[in-house]
Design a protein around this ligand. Structure first.
Ligand code: 3PG
Ligand code: MG
Length: 396
């Protein structure tokens, strides 16, 4: 099914309400990482170029509905955006009031945090209708929030005169579909992070699609334990050992594989100054904690990545924040950068690794989604996309 795209619409003098994901980290009231704002900028610029009256809405954090709290204000985002656009960006507090003054053509207005509104989270119908009344065209561009069925991401799309996908959302869907629907083979997925349990559905769904599944971090520890090795005091999930064995056996039956590291880097405690010790995977001691993969394992994985046609990456391979345990993740980042594969990276930690190892320009597509990226990989329908598809079907 397809969606209507903002890029295809005439927006001259139209009131255009764009839902973006401007949920960015702040530090002392200033934007600490503007990646999501930068990714959203072309959409705002395109709407301006098309002669629209631009209203932007977003959430920031998870405030209590009905209570204004300064730390959740979008004011720092408005300032950041204003500097990028080189024009004033007005922050509207009471944008749902009946006397809300429509924005002029060429102007950009930011509506204060959508999550201050009672009913946003519950996708309240009355709230969604009020939002829809504000505009001629509703643009859903918040890929990072597309897995939430809330008033500003879902309900409004039912009632706005026109509901369409913005360029960022469209680009995300296109890139992810390219990687998942008709992937160039071999397809390799890297799933790292601390727990098998939180990524089980992703592991299950990807293990059916890919030719090689690379696991990292605490997830890999559980696979190492499932293969019969001692993992000492490492983070792992004992109740998921059978699940890991099943995933590995299923993969092997399909001619695929989930390789277990041959060597690992251990520490005795979790700290920035912890001493790193390289060990063969069968030599882990009872008081060891595995914090990274070793060079032999990294080289083996790099070889797999070198020959891949498609790479999907979510989650680091080790504690890459500490330099003595960062080599594994770095090697993988470099291998992805050097590979000719179509590569996609997503999720907060992964993007931090991508930027730490300076491979931003060498990954084919960097997703702005965290939870939404994972749900897409799981094969779930994103509710905010589904409603746009339904509207498109009705309007055609
Ligand atoms: C995110 O940062 O993951 C998105 O902005 C969604 O935020 P949420 O998890 O609070 O819905
Ligand atoms: Mg989240």
């Amino acid at each position: 099914m397809s969606v209507i795209k903002m890029a295809d619409l005439d927006l001259t003098d139209k009131k255009v309400l764009i839902r973006q994901d401007l949920n960015v980290p702040l530090k002392s009231g200033v934007v600490a990482d503007g990646t999501r704002i930068l990714a959203s900028l072309p959409t705002i610029k395109l709407a301006l170029e098309k002669g629209a009256k631009v209203m932007v809405m977003s959430h920031l954090g998870r405030p209590t509905e009905g209570e204004y709290e300064h730390k959740y204000s979008l004011a720092p985002v408005a300032n950041y955006l204003s500097a990028l656009l080189e024009q004033p960006v007005r922050l509207e507090q009471n944008w749902l009031e009946p006397d809300f003054i429509p924005v002029e053509r060429g102007e950009v207005v930011i509506c204060e945090n959508v999550r201050f509104n009672v009913g946003e989270k519950a996708n309240d119908d009355a709230l969604a209708r009020r939002m829809a009344q504000m505009c001629d065209v509703y643009v859903m561009d918040a890929f990072g929030t597309a897995h939430r069925a809330q008033a500003s991401t879902h309900g409004i799309a039912k009632y706005a005169p026109i509901a369409c996908a913005g360029p960022l959302l469209a680009a995300e869907l296109e890139a992810l579909s390219k990687a998942l629907d008709k992937p160039a083979r071999p397809m390799v997925a890297i799933v790292g992070g601390s727990k098998v349990s939180t990524k089980l559905t992703v592991l299950e769904s990807l293990s059916e699609k890919v030719d090689q599944l690379i696991v990292g971090g605490g997830i890999a520890n559980t696979f190492i334990a499932a293969a019969g090795f001692n993992v000492g005091k490492s983070l792992y999930e004992e109740d998921l050992l059978d699940t890991c064995r099943r995933l590995t056996e299923d993969a092997k039956r399909r001619g695929a594989d989930i390789p277990v590291p041959i060597d690992v880097v251990c520490g005795k405690h979790f700290a920035e100054n912890a001493e790193a010790e390289l060990k063969s995977v069968d030599k882990v001691a009872d008081d060891d904690m595995i914090f990274d993969i070793g060079p032999k394992s990294a080289a083996q994985l790099a070889e797999i990545l070198k020959n891949a046609g498609t790479i999907v990456w979510n989650g680091p391979l080790g504690v890459f924040e500490f330099s003595q345990f960062s080599e594994g993740t770095k090697e993988i980042a470099m291998a992805i950068a050097e590979s000719n594969a179509f590569s996609i990276a997503g999720g907060g930690d992964t993007l931090a690794a991508v930027s730490k190892f300076k491979v931003c320009d060498d990954v084919s597509y960097i997703s702005t989604g965290g939870g939404a990226f994972l749900e897409f990989l799981e094969g779930k329908k994103l509710p905010a996309v589904e409603i746009l598809e339904q509207r498109a079907a009705q309007q055609s």
